[in-house]
Write a protein that binds this ligand. Structure first.
Ligand code: G3P
Length: 218
């Protein structure tokens, strides 16, 4: 399973990169705004900075919601760097745009996915990645991990090549369960990635090893 970090914060991206386990980055307009990155020129420059930091796929989202606008923006985004993946919302115009990008060798990430039906449509259009938002599904009192497992089953049965990118990850357990359910990629906040390393017995065990070592050398 690939690990992407879900942020536009350059320091966090760098910290994730320094772990040596990072395969890419996803962003969205909300994450950009959170970092105070506004205005087309600044947003494009920020994507460029992320591409310079990380050797891996970088999702950059279109803002337009109509087909022509998405194509225009997607072409500009794809021109920034060969690692850019154009992120397109799951709408009817979005599906048409994904088909257009696929036919023109531009890779896509279909975002805001909440159902298996949407997953089938995006795969038919040739999306490179599919982003089911598991945390937001859980927020609705449904089961985000169950959705990942259902899509994984469908893609295997049907032989779809689209990679399942579990998004809206909120905690380390989401990562573990998404891996179990068949996600190809998890895009996570840095805190959830770091949380995977935590276990109190590791801390207790390490403290004991160090104390015993000290006694042995006293
Ligand atoms: O990857 C999508 C993510 O940024 C949305 O996360 O926590 O706002 O649902 P969240």
């Amino acid at each position: 399973m690939k690990f992407f970090v879900d942020t536009a914060n350059l320091e966090q991206i760098k910290e994730a990169q320094d772990l040596g386990i990072l395969d890419g980055v996803t962003t969205n307009p909300s994450l950009m705004a959170k970092e105070g990155i506004t205005g087309e020129a600044n947003v494009l420059a920020h994507y460029e900075a992320i591409c310079e930091l990380v050797e891996g796929d970088i999702s950059a989202e279109v803002i337009a919601t109509d087909f022509d606008g998405m194509i225009k923006e997607g072409k500009i985004l794809a021109d920034i760097h060969e690692n850019i993946v154009v992120k397109v919302p799951m709408t009817i115009d979005g599906i048409k745009a994904i088909r257009w990008f696929t036919d023109h060798d531009i890779r896509t990430n279909c975002t805001l996915v909440f159902s298996a039906g949407q997953a089938i449509l995006a795969a038919k259009a040739g999306a490179t990645y599919l982003s089911p938002f598991i945390g937001r599904v859980d927020d609705m009192n449904w089961d985000g991990i169950e959705l990942i497992a259902q899509i994984a089953d469908i893609y295997t049965i049907q032989g779809f090549q689209t990679q399942i990118l579990a998004a809206s990850i909120r905690n380390p357990l989401h990562i573990v369960r998404a891996a179990e359910a068949g996600a190809d990629v998890c895009t996570c906040p840095l805190s959830s990635i770091l949380g995977l390393a935590k276990h109190p017995l590791t801390d207790i065990g390490l403290a004991k090893f160090l104390a015993d070592h000290k006694k042995g050398n006293a």
